[in-house]
Design a protein around this ligand. Structure first.
Ligand SMILES: [Zn+2]
Length: 257
């Protein structure tokens, strides 16, 4: 088993780790580079591996820095299955298409106002490309063994973080590796607690916030303080919220997990 990091090194987005087991190639996560322009431009560079030669993808979770490159991979010829948990699949159905829409809108805006160096500016992918990528998703529940490529076994375990987020343990007959994905905290009022990591020969850990500790104060109390202070000053508190149809869908997703 061989690991090659194709993203999320020296930066925290673009998670993509190529795992080679025998003659098979498996990509763990397929994320977009996000942030400054120099980072976003990396999404346009060819991968050091031909997408047509990748046999399967395993996604830890739906955040775009872990899943958002999938439409490009499919556009460039990837034809295999993409394994993820059922909730990750449901969230990808919303997020990837939305990402395609936003990329199209940005390109259209750049063309209309003529500020792109590219003439015409093109979207990295479209909503239609995202829909094509979604047909590759294969949902596997937490705790169930599956074989992403020949002679390997894999299992998703809860990682907290967001709905459907998983660690994934992958092994062949000789060696095992555990990919943490992004990890949540224990005692979250909504999310499952991260599972205890099973024994593995290698551990690949996301460390985006590895240099910080969680604030120990009670978030509900902090929110109450902010509301009280703002109300006393006669100010306004703006809380981002989805419309009721989206909230309803999110609740249905949560209760299905
Ligand atoms: Zn994440």
């Amino acid at each position: 088993m061989r690991l090659t990091f194709l993203g999320a090194t020296h930066t925290v987005t673009g998670s993509k780790t190529l795992l080679t087991a025998g003659k098979k190639k498996l990509l763990v996560d397929c994320g977009l580079f996000q942030g400054q322009r120099e980072l976003k431009e990396r999404n346009w560079a060819d991968l050091p591996v031909d997408p047509r030669s990748i046999d399967a993808v395993v996604l830890t979770h739906a955040h775009l820095d872990h899943s958002g490159y999938l439409p490009v991979l499919v556009k460039k010829g990837f034809r295999g299955p993409v394994y993820c948990t059922p909730a990750t699949r449901d969230l990808c159905e919303i997020l990837l298409v939305d990402s395609g829409h936003l990329l199209e809108r940005d390109a259209e805006f750049a063309n209309r106002h003529g500020y792109s160096r590219h003439k015409p500016a093109l979207p990295l992918y479209t909503a239609e490309d995202a829909r094509a990528a979604l047909t590759h998703l294969r949902a596997v529940p937490f705790g169930k063994l599956f074989s992403p490529v020949e002679q390997t076994e894999a299992m998703f375990l809860p990682a907290g973080h967001i709905l459907g987020a998983a660690m994934v343990r992958i092994n062949d007959d000789r060696v095992s590796a555990l990919f943490s994905g992004d990890l949540g905290r224990p005692n979250d009022p909504v999310m499952l607690e991260p599972a205890l990591p099973p024994a593995s020969d290698y551990l690949v850990v996301e460390s985006t916030y590895g240099d910080r500790r969680h604030d120990t104060s009670d978030p509900e109390q902090r929110l109450a303080d902010i509301l009280a202070t703002t109300a006393t000053r006669g100010g306004t508190v703006i809380i981002p919220a989805a419309d009721s149809a989206e909230v309803g869908r999110a609740f249905r997703l949560m209760s299905a997990t």
